[in-house]
Design a protein around this ligand. Structure first.
Ligand SMILES: [Zn+2]
Length: 369
């Protein structure tokens, strides 16, 4: 649009007053000539990257990132910019790769079985012996159980044995809800970074979706923690799950409804996200108090502390806008705070995934009430 306006002004000034009189006297010619003036611009426009100072206000977010901005590009160019270099490229790809990592983890969880501990393996061996089934194939997988979080794709025969061994295994929905929540968050974030440069309306919509994605991740992060910890205490299980779900829905509504978009509600939104995250401390402390003598409770708590550390450092980096604050313009393409924030979010989400697998193994093995 800027290019067209410039071309139009240039052409008008070349032709001078005579041309303006001509245009005024012949409105039909005017439309035709203006169209002709616009046409080459449309074809020749290269949608080059611009500096911070040339951005419309709604795209001005970080004054320490000086260049390589896309600004009000058409849809086609905006989508294709997924494969070009600009200051959002790594923001898009960090969370897009994170999305595919969680997609792969979900595929693992659906098609494979976790071997979380020696007792589980023993149960499988016992079961296979009772059924007079050769354990040769099972022995061959022993070496795979070197860590707590190996996933194994069983053969048909092994699947039969495993199904019997883990019969009555605890429900999986809280675990899958978390995986889906993480994928929603990472995908909406990636889409937000890719598409927001298109227009003000698009930026507005994508940002609301991004908020909803963050809320979904926070809410679903609670599900494995609360459900498996308080499996045998339905009152606390329902209380915590009900509370965080209602909290999440409220936060999504606050983020989506136009009435809440006024600046005075910005702090309310931030406060809601903060309170949602911090409210996780309540069921974690409750878990330590109630199950402190169980090693799994302490190990999962350690994971949750590491997760909190990743998210915490991520938020500090995000708010402080370092390192670009120290050297404006030097981290435009690689290494600015938002990219670091994205990587830390994936690290936090993956840590929580490890904790969730551990909860699952815990209740599969001895969690039946
Ligand atoms: Zn982001």
């Amino acid at each position: 649009m800027t290019c067209c306006t410039l071309t139009l002004e240039k052409a008008t000034s070349f032709r001078g007053e005579q041309h303006i009189t001509h245009l005024l006297l012949s409105p039909r010619v005017e439309i035709k000539e203006i169209d002709q003036m616009k046409k080459p611009c449309k074809d020749d426009h290269k949608y080059e990257l611009v500096d911070f100072d040339y951005l419309p206000n709604y795209l001005k977010d970080n004054e320490f990132i000086l260049s390589y901005y896309r600004s009000e590009w058409p849809w086609k160019q905006t989508f294709l910019s997924l494969f070009s270099i600009h200051n959002e490229t790594l923001n898009i790809w960090t969370h897009l790769i994170g999305f595919f990592i969680f997609l792969a983890l979900t595929a693992c969880a659906v098609s494979m079985v976790p071997f979380g501990s020696q007792p589980e393996l023993n149960r499988i061996h016992e079961s296979s012996n009772q059924n007079n089934i050769s354990v040769i194939s099972l022995n061959s997988i022993d070496h795979m159980i070197s860590s707590s979080f190996n996933w194994y794709l069983p053969t048909y025969l092994e699947k039969e044995i495993i199904n019997e061994a883990v019969q009555g295994a605890v429900t999986r929905w809280p675990f899958y809800a978390y995986l889906v929540g993480a994928m929603i968050c990472l995908f909406t974030s990636s889409a937000c970074h890719l598409l927001s440069c298109h227009s003000e309306h698009c930026a507005y919509t994508m940002l609301r979706l991004d908020y909803s994605g963050i809320s979904t991740l926070i809410v679903t992060s609670f599900y494995p923690l609360v459900y498996y910890t308080f499996l045998c205490e339905p009152f606390y299980r329902n209380l915590y799950i009900g509370f965080i779900t209602a909290f999440g829905i409220a936060t999504v509504l606050v983020s989506l409804l136009p009435v809440f978009q006024t600046p005075e509600f910005r702090s309310v939104r931030a406060l809601l996200f903060f309170c949602m995250g911090v409210s996780g401390l309540v069921p974690i402390m409750h878990k330590v108090f109630a199950f402190g003598d169980e090693p799994v409770a302490m190990i999962t708590t350690a994971y949750e502390l590491v997760m909190g550390l990743f998210y915490g450092i991520g938020v500090i980096v995000y708010v402080a806008r370092v390192p670009e604050r120290w050297m404006p313009g030097k981290f435009d393409l690689i290494g600015h705070s938002h990219q670091l924030f994205h990587v830390l979010v994936i690290a936090g989400a993956y840590t929580h995934y490890l904790a969730s697998v551990m909860y699952l193994n815990w209740r599969d093995l001895d969690g039946q009430c």
